[in-house]
Write a protein that binds this ligand. Structure first.
Ligand code: 8YV
Length: 320
């Protein structure tokens, strides 16, 4: 009898086919499966979910025999890791394999924001270029100062890309990092923002980083500064960001993540100085295949009685 798992959000078809071959998969997102899900709660040993979705405390409480939450991503902010540890539930992620694609989206948002890809695309599509409207001049990347908030794998990969575009790199990182490059370290996000032309948010979205980018940091970034966020919406005081964009106390923003995704604040849609993406950081066929393979590896290790290879929750005791 195959083990029963709960799939919280869709994955790549090829990965879901492998899940169906190896497990009894109950799909939480399938409206026709709700009755089956509720009838089988005690049989569910593992949950597969996304980084942006996680698993709520309510669902932890509904699953008495849960032993693994396998995240198809690296963000653990939507899973209570303390609760998982207390319940002896592994939480696994998909590190490394998505670094390049997320850094690519960050570089793309820097280019798209400084060179006004969104405004330009709308100008052409709406026929205003043909009617004689011209796009205002943009900003070159060469020589601009990129401030990276969070110099982890993704932040460092973005900084390397930006260096190739002729940008200078500064960064803020809570813990010191041994780096070979001559990137300047700043003591706070505010000091980094005051130095930066572009501020890129690459830090994990955890309780310690909630609203780290607030009105003071945005004021330090200033009216010629741009913000890019490829991490989590929770890291930015979103009302302060919207006010700064509306009042142009910052020049613009390129955003792949938001609070309350996908039902983001409608104020964003009224702005012409933002580039908006629907959380596309790791959303490529190749990366989602690699992430899915890591999810499968963690599931098979767990059900074989071994520690999931990319578990982030140190467990004492059974774990199984
Ligand atoms: C994905 C992410 O969008 O890695 C993360 O935490 O947010 C992204 O990679 C998400 O995990 C898709 O399920």
């Amino acid at each position: 009898m195959p083990q029963t798992i709960l799939l919280v959000e869709p994955m790549l078809d090829q990965i879901e086919a492998r899940l169906d071959a190896d497990f009894e998969v109950l799909r939480l997102y399938d409206p026709h499966a709700q009755e089956a899900v509720n009838a089988r709660l005690t049989d569910i040993r593992a949950v597969v979910t996304g980084g942006g979705t996680g698993l709520s405390r309510e669902w932890f409480d509904k699953l008495p025999n849960l032993g693994l939450v396998a995240i198809n991503g690296v963000g653990t902010d939507k899973v209570d890791l303390d609760l998982a540890a207390a319940r002896n539930v592994h939480v696994s992620t998909t590190p490394d394999v998505l670094t390049d694609d997320v850094a690519d989206i960050g570089m793309g948002l820097i280019i798209a924001t400084l060179r006004q890809f969104g405004t330009g695309e709308r100008l052409v599509r709406q026929g205003r270029w043909a009617a004689g409207t011209r796009l205002a001049l943009g900003q070159s990347l060469r020589g601009k100062r990129l401030g990276v908030v969070g110099l982890g794998q993704i932040g460092a990969a973005l900084a390397s890309r930006a260096t190739a575009f002729g940008m200078q790199i500064g960064y803020f990182n809570r813990s010191p990092r041994q780096i070979e490059q001559n990137w300047e370290r700043f003591a706070s996000p505010g000091e980094l923002a005051g130095w930066s032309d572009v501020l890129a948010i690459c830090v994990a979205g955890v309780s310690q980083t909630a609203s780290m980018i607030d009105a003071h940091v945005l004021a330090a970034l200033g009216p010629e500064g741009f913000l890019v966020n490829i991490a989590r919406g929770s890291i930015i005081d979103e009302n302060a960001l919207l006010t700064a964009l509306e009042n142009r106390t910052i020049a613009g923003a390129g955003l792949d993540v938001f609070l309350n995704e996908p039902k983001i604040d409608p104020r964003f849609a009224a702005l012409d100085n933002v580039v908006l993406l629907p959380h596309q950081g790791s959303a490529t066929v190749q990366t989602r295949m690699a992430m899915g393979q890591l999810v499968l590896d963690n599931l098979s290790a767990f059900f074989a009685g071994r520690t999931p290879p990319t578990s982030v929750v140190p467990l004492s005791g059974r774990g199984q």
